[in-house]
Write a new protein. Structure first.
Ligand code: NAD
Ligand code: AHE
Ligand code: ZN
Length: 368
């Protein structure tokens, strides 16, 4: 079949929208009509050329929601008409990683996914007979996609696609980092570096669990108002203080119990660790730094009890946890609507990237 898609031909160049060819689902695969997709900073990261796994030409996008159109042989858990969110972190429930119950990083299809291919090593997308690569196993910048059954979370049918698509990455990443990775408890002091599409979800989850001080740090002063609305109690603009680490330590009587780095900058990663409380403070890296970058701190920071961890997709097990997060939104426990600042048709997708780069949007959502 034909599908409309935004193609990334080359690193650093705008996407171009075209009709591409899409092969139908093979065994264990599902054809999905994407109804809406968010634009995440990670799409920009890969498009910029900073992702070591970035390959071109590819169809980017990993924050979508849609409807099952058709299923290939051996698909048991889904049928045409089901509403779904594609998962860049699948959940096969059979691999060593899934069975461990210690991680959400299912590895069943990771190696082919990282090479822009379906699990059988081929691409379903092509243009004029030449293959186009998939991206993060999802490629939600295409109106129709083929994905493995294990990479789809079935969600309730009354949830609006134009909002819950954001649960495909940003909401789950931020909320999950608080609930599943850090397990922040009521009364804890929390510091959040970066108040964009991820950091604001960290903030709303910290408020949800009853955190005490929720300190937001961002160089963009325009982020303060939105962050306060979502639960931030104190704002630090790094340009207005001598030392961000000291500023957090002073506000928290010795340091944050938990900090979250939601920028992807190795300098702020260090600050996020070092503003944590001696003896127990935990810092969670969410931001994705460019290829070749490294983090550093004095080892004494760890010797004296601070803990450095990371979180991918919020530590969420997609098929299990994503439907629950959709329920929380539908029950009014999570605010997604106010974070979706812009909606665009696919033909204007590059404007969504421009808004993000200029710091003018939280999330732009493309509507098909
Ligand atoms: P975003 O662009 O919406 O937000 C980033 C924020 O950081 C902006 O508000 C910006 O003003 C602020 N910022 C930039 N430099 C800063 C600095 N030096 N000090 C303080 N603030 C600064 O991006 P996003 O969509 O929220 O994504 C944030 C990061 O998380 C990206 O690196 C993205 O790739 C990553 N990410 C990771 C996961 C995961 O699973 N680990 C999932 C999604 C996104
Ligand atoms: N090449 C990577 C993109 C970089 C990355 O770290 N991705 C994060 C998710 S960011 C979502 O916005 C991730 O969870 N990666 C898990 C993994 O196994 O790489 C990619 O994912 O293609
Ligand atoms: Zn993302």
């Amino acid at each position: 079949m034909k599908t409309k898609a935004a193609i990334a031909w080359k690193a650093g160049e705008p996407l171009s929208v075209a009709e591409v060819d899409l092969e139908g689902p093979r065994a264990g695969e599902v054809l999905v009509e994407i109804k809406a997709t968010g634009i995440c900073h990670t799409d920009w990261y890969t498009l910029s050329g900073a992702d070591p796994e970035g390959i071109f030409p590819a169809i980017l996008g990993h924050e979508g929601a849609g409807v099952v159109v058709d299923v290939g042989p051996d698909v048991r858990s889904l049928k045409a008409g089901d509403h779904v969110i594609p998962l860049y972190t699948p959940e096969c429930r059979q691999c060593k990683f899934c069975l461990s119950q210690k991680t959400n990083l299912c590895q069943a299809i990771r190696s082919t996914q990282g090479r822009g291919l379906m699990p059988d090593g081929s691409s379903r997308f092509s243009l004029e007979g030449k293959p186009l690569f998939h991206y993060m196993g999802t490629s939600t910048f295409s109106n129709y996609i083929v994905v493995p059954e294990i990479a789809l979370a079935k969600i309730r049918s009354d949830a609006p696609f134009d909002k819950v698509c954001y649960i495909g990455c940003g909401v789950t990443t931020g909320v999950g980092a608080v609930l599943f990775t850090a397990k922040v408890e009521a009364g804890a002091n929390v510091a959040v570096f970066g108040l964009g599409g991820i950091g604001l979800n960290v903030i709303q989850a910290a408020r949800m669990v009853g955190a005490d001080k929720i300190i937001g740090i961002d160089i963009n002063p325009a982020r303060e108002e939105m962050a306060r609305k979502f639960g931030m109690t104190h704002f630090i603009n790094p340009k207005e203080v001598d030392n961000v680490v000291d500023a957090v330590i002073q506000l928290t009587d010795g340091g944050a119990d938990y900090s979250f780095e939601c920028i992807g900058n190795t300098t702020t990663m260090r600050q996020a660790l070092e503003c944590c409380h001696k003896g127990w403070g935990q810092s969670v890296i969410i931001g994705v730094a460019a290829a070749g970058q490294e983090i550093s701190t004095r080892p004494f920071q760890l010797v004296t009890g601070r803990v450095w961890k990371g979180s991918a997709f919020g530590g969420a097990r997609g098929r299990t946890d994503v439907p629950k997060i959709v329920d929380w939104y539908m029950e009014g426990k999570l605010n997604i609507d106010d974070l979706i600042t812009h909606t665009l048709p696919l033909d204007r997708i590059n404007e969504g990237f421009d808004l993000m780069k200029r710091g003018e949007s939280i999330r732009s959502v493309v509507l098909y």
